[in-house]
Design a protein around this ligand. Structure first.
Ligand SMILES: Nc1ncnc2c1ncn2[C@@H]1O[C@H](COP(=O)(O)OP(=O)(O)OP(=O)(O)O)[C@@H](O)[C@H]1O
Ligand SMILES: [Mg+2]
Length: 273
């Protein structure tokens, strides 16, 4: 069964899509069977993975969830999943997803619609990465009900850190009451300008505010204009310019994530043994 990792922060423009798309790419490059779910009506992950016009897509995460809501049969995954040359398999999205919140309004068990869908593809993969939309609401509760863990990208700026406490509150309620396996992998500082006063101060604030409650990744992703440039070529930074400092940092971040996972698995084995 796949491990489901959501990349989430209700603040916009903090590097969720850059992180989700790059992490999916790096996992696939390391031989992991990886799926990327674009769970944002802006369709940024779909665009980075080569979709030129998201409005032309026939099957999207929204149409799939509509079928779950209507209790209709789902199409065969191989008929709609986009297979990228890197090995990443993408479930795309477009602006129709903006209607999901409204469509879930009167649905029974509306917090579990995404879980019901993901259950149908979970055994195809080792990892399912979900690139989230920048708003809290029923769709995000669906993600928290279905995920094993959350990565929280945060820009190294004061205003970007302000949604973190809110996200943490939702996380704690859901973990306590419904999805007991959910945990936060860590806060990932993105678009960092190392050696600046603002970067050091923001890092200090995050450490003060959340240390103990939430892990913070050692690796920071530096700011590089090449990350935005890569999008023009429908690529992640690691594919576009593997030696760029942001690409190198994303590789280190993937090492850190997988290292922490292996250590946690080791603990589990020891505890059972
Ligand atoms: N390390 C970086 N250096 C420079 N630019 C970056 C970096 N990471 C992301 N960007 C750029 O910053 C912008 C916002 O990043 P991204 O789209 O990943 O954020 P997001 O949190 O997914 O945004 P939204 O909330 O709108 O979905 C994009 O133009 C992206 O290309
Ligand atoms: Mg995004």
């Amino acid at each position: 069964m796949a491990k489901i990792i959501a990349v989430m922060n209700e603040k916009g423009g903090v590097g969720k899509s850059a992180t989700a798309t790059t992490l999916a790419y790096l996992l696939a490059k390391r031989g992991k069977r990886t799926c990327l779910i674009d769970f944002d009506g802006q369709g940024h992950s779909s665009i980075i993975y080569g979709v030129k016009n998201t409005n032309r897509l026939e099957v999207t995460i929204n149409t799939l969830l509509r079928r779950v809501i209507e209790d209709e049969q789902l199409p065969e995954p191989d008929s709609y999943i986009l297979k990228h040359e890197s090995g990443v398999e993408v479930i795309p999205s477009n602006s129709q997803l903006f209607t999901l919140e409204r469509n879930l309004c009167n649905v029974d068990f509306r917090e579990r619609i995404l879980t019901q869908y993901v259950d149908t593809i979970q055994d195809r993969y080792q990892y399912i990465i979900i690139d989230c939309m920048p708003q809290m609401g029923t769709p995000m509760i669906n993600v928290m009900m279905c995920a094993d863990s959350i990565i929280v990208p945060t820009q190294a700026e004061l205003l970007s850190t302000q949604g973190l406490a809110e996200l943490l509150k939702h996380y704690q309620v859901i973990r306590r009451n419904s999805n007991h396996r959910l945990r936060i992998e860590g806060i990932l500082i993105t678009m960092d300008s190392p050696n600046t006063i603002v970067s050091a101060q923001v890092r200090g604030l995050i450490e003060q505010g959340f240390a103990g409650a939430v892990p913070i990744f050692q690796t920071h992703i530096p700011r590089s204009i090449k990350v935005a440039e890569a999008v023009l070529y429908h690529k992640t930074i690691c594919e576009y310019m593997p030696n760029n400092p942001a690409a190198v940092a994303y590789e280190k971040f993937a090492d850190e994530l997988l290292g922490a996972e292996a250590a946690a698995d080791g603990e589990g084995v020891r505890a059972v043994g």
